[in-house]
Design a protein around this ligand. Structure first.
Ligand SMILES: Nc1ncnc2c1ncn2[C@@H]1O[C@H](COP(=O)(O)OP(=O)(O)OP(=O)(O)O)[C@@H](O)[C@H]1O
Length: 302
């Protein structure tokens, strides 16, 4: 297995609002390998955006560790954080207004992050044109965001996010404002970029179709990783090789679609809601360790 490009261990994020503390992440573990396409799902308020904001370097963890491409996000200085945000990660948001400057045309939008990184004008113009070609907008270089459709704006946003050749693309609901056909096209573009550039992609989504198109879907519940669904043969083989120590199989619907729950480094696990609803007991359970697996049993009254 390659070294993970993202490794979060027992990640905690607490927001302080006046006298209140909001625990947005409470001991989240996450491991992403280079070149994976990951979707993150979960109910509103479960901590998805908080996780993405930490991975993007916008926010800092309150406790735990989070390492992205050898950058320890708990220890970056302000100057290192700026370089990290410019060069290691690219980010796109649901609202195109947050991705693009309205007064600049598409090419200028893609040139801007390169300019901030000190890339010379000839090189940045060449790269901007290449990127816009790659995302299918080679004929819209001089259109301003208001002259582009929603899907074209998100394509431009992807080109902007890739301007400084990041290792990881982070997308928060990138298709949330698009119709389902356009959303599918954007995800197909993610897949092309993943294959052509070897880009690692982590996207938060509420769209089940988009989530299911990723190699792996990670569900977050109450600020912790709860279940993951792995698709694709090659990914499954890697996960299976890793499985005895990292996860327990709870369901197998087909060879290329396996759902597992995650056991964190402290040994905690979250059972999926459906499993809890089906359990004939609540609160306490007996744990039986049997050769290569663990069983949960009701505690019988003697
Ligand atoms: N800047 C902040 N200040 C205070 N609380 C915050 C802040 N950002 C997030 N939270 C709280 O942290 C928790 C997790 O929020 P987060 O936005 O990460 O959830 P989410 O899963 O992305 O939700 P949604 O799907 O609705 O976007 C919520 O209770 C939210 O209110």
């Amino acid at each position: 297995m390659p070294d993970p490009i993202v490794l979060c261990d027992n990640l905690v994020k607490i927001y302080k609002v006046a006298d209140l503390e909001v625990v947005a992440l409470q001991g989240l573990d996450l491991e992403v390998n280079p070149g994976e396409v990951i979707s993150i799902v979960g109910a509103s308020g479960s901590g998805k955006s908080t996780l993405l904001n930490i991975l993007s370097g916008l926010d800092t963890p309150s406790a735990g560790s989070c390492i992205v491409d050898s950058n320890d996000l708990t220890r970056l200085t302000q100057a290192q954080r700026i370089v990290y945000r410019r060069q290691i990660v690219g980010q796109i948001w649901q609202q195109s207004g947050r991705n693009l400057l309205p007064e600049l045309h598409a090419q200028a939008n893609v040139e801007l992050p390169q300019m901030l990184s000190g890339v010379g004008s000839t090189q940045r113009s060449k790269r901007a044109k290449e990127l816009l070609e790659l995302v299918g907008l080679g004929d819209k270089l001089h259109k301003k965001p208001s002259q582009l459709s929603g899907g074209e704006q998100q394509r431009t946003a992807i080109a902007v996010a890739l301007a400084n050749e990041p290792k990881v693309l982070l997308a928060d609901e990138p298709t949330g404002e698009l119709d389902s056909v356009t959303a599918g096209e954007i995800f197909a573009l993610f897949r092309t970029l993943n294959q052509q550039l070897g880009l690692t992609i982590i996207t938060v989504t509420h769209d089940a179709t988009i989530a299911a198109a990723a190699d792996r879907t990670i569900a977050i519940r109450d600020g912790r990783t709860s279940t993951e669904t792995v698709r694709r043969e090659t990914m499954l083989e890697k996960v299976e090789a890793h499985m005895p120590t990292s996860s327990a199989v709870i369901g197998l619907s087909s060879r290329t679609h396996r759902e597992s729950i995650l056991i964190d480094r402290a040994g905690r696990l979250q059972l999926p809601k459906e499993a809890i609803e089906k359990l004939p007991f609540k609160g306490r359970a007996e744990v039986r360790i049997i050769d290569d697996h663990v069983e949960l049993w009701p505690i019988l009254e003697s």
